[in-house]
Design a protein around this ligand. Sequence first.
Ligand SMILES: [Zn+2]
Length: 376
Amino acid sequence: MAVGFDASFEAGNGLFAGSGGDWVAFAADRRTGPRAMWFYFHLSSIHADAVTCTMVNPAECLGGAQSYTAARPVYSYDGTRWFRATSARVDEERGEFKFSIPTPREDVWVAHCYPYTLTDVYALADRVAASPHACAEVLCRSGGGRDVPLLCIGEGAERFIWLCARSHAAETPGAFVLEGMVNRLLQDAPEPSYVRETATVYVVPAIDPDGVSSGAYGKDQAPVDFNRDYVGPSVHPEVAAVRERVKSLCATSRLALYLDSHAPCVHEHNFVLMPRKRLLGLDSLGREAAFCAELERRSPALCPLRADACAESSYMGDAERSSKDYFAAEYGCLSLTVESSYNRTAAGNYTTPDGLRALGAAVTDTCAEYLRTGDV
Ligand SMILES: [Zn+2]
């Protein structure tokens, strides 16, 4: 009996390409983008000890097929507890990526990396809204009519921080890092207390709820990438709403820091992308580099971030300006993209939700240090 395949559920993604008694072949669906990456599907009717999964289009993905040598997809028997595949390889001749998962049960969920669904995003918003230190509102409706939550943490009136995630909907490591930042911001400890007392933190945990819900990867998607929608009038109502809110807040406060949480190519470790110096008319990125050095110092052993991996964006043209370039140029604030790994860290271990959240907590503490010592 052939293994059954289904990806028609929240955040599901995968094009069925065949199956047998102990194998399944699939493609990651690129939807409206030029590249694929995200997959998340359910296998059923399994009567074998293990199933070999063959991804037929790794060459279509960011980083190309070679980057998959480091990839270890995740699987779950209950949709809640996830495990890393331990056996995987790239078949260069056939241009395929193969991995094996143990199947003691008849069904299993399989994903590119730990899922973080829109249901999870809304649960985070509800939890934050219940905190005495925070509130939540709806920033706007998405193009598809979904709520875009905006979380507000802290009481500082003179300056604010803006945090964003899911410009590229499937970059779920960035969602866990953002959740770790938020969790830390709500704690009663010196660093988060300092942030809350001297600033207000605004958080958009999913700027593309439609893509998060549908299981789109999102990078370079049509008609325009969410993170390239800051040049001229915005196409996406979500991006327009962010720009409008930041602008109106700046009438009475100042933007001290913008952080956008992403995930990089399949094989890359954690790092930070800094804005292009040319866009800012700067000779150096001293405060950006200092932030990265402090973040390296504070980053957890479980999920380290190395300052020497942090780099200036390589974008060439204005059309490639990202949100961090926009906020840096428009408001003169420290503006960074945190890229958190789907797979390996610089220490060689594989990321976990807890490790990514711990990295997020370190980002929050680094923000506190920046607010305390920077000229902001
Ligand atoms: Zn991204």
